[in-house]
Design a protein around this ligand. Sequence first.
Ligand code: CTP
Ligand code: CA
Length: 232
Amino acid sequence: LAREPVPQDLAGRHALVTAGPTHEPIDPVRYIANRSSGRQGYAIAAALSARGAGVTLVSGPVSLPAPPGVALVPVETASDMLAACEAALPADIAVLAAAVGDWRVTHPGTAKLKKRPGQPAAPLSLTVNPDILASLSAPGPRRPALVIGFAAETEDLLANAADKRRRKGCDWIVANDVSLPGDGSPGVMGGDRNQVHLVTADGTEAWPSLDKREVADRLAARIAAHLAPHSL
Ligand code: CTP
Ligand code: CA
């Protein structure tokens, strides 16, 4: 089936997208990670690029190819991801879809950590990672005109998402329920489909269950419509 031509209404805009998990090292052979596949973020990068935006995709470790025309910046840790995002500014649009690790190991081992007989607890202390979304949303001359975050929740989806939007200072939140379905099929994390809510200052919109490319196309169209009245 031939696809309709995509309007080039993001030509001249720079979009920063984050995607994937982060890997937080424990020691040379182990790390803390999560179930993010990167698919939703990669689809968003592709959709923004298809509308003519210049796209920088800062990605944690995933097994996906860079979408054509997108500048890929591979990173491992949350700290690396923050530094890569700051280096990519200025941007008109930031879509932070990465599942950033919330904690890192305070002092990763330079040699493999060993169990000690009789010690039941792991010899690990964790430190909270920097919040990339809150940092890019902070008011200032380098703040992108439109900053969009995701909210991954397993309970109280809309209340938590609205609260995250206010707390972090971003413009929109794409909220998704990441509970595992319990029927053996992949959940949102790792799966192909996504049922999201778009939370803005004006309220909440429920989107139908779509595949991740359709969510990305719809979000890109919304971004273009939002930025359209402004001059380039
Ligand atoms: N995020 C980020 N940096 C972090 C943690 C999260 O930029 N250190 C971003 C994510 O990319 C996402 C949004 O913040 O766009 C929300 O992520 P989420 O994990 O749902 O929220 P947290 O603030 O980490 O809260 P919690 O996991 O405790 O629910
Ligand atoms: Ca988190």
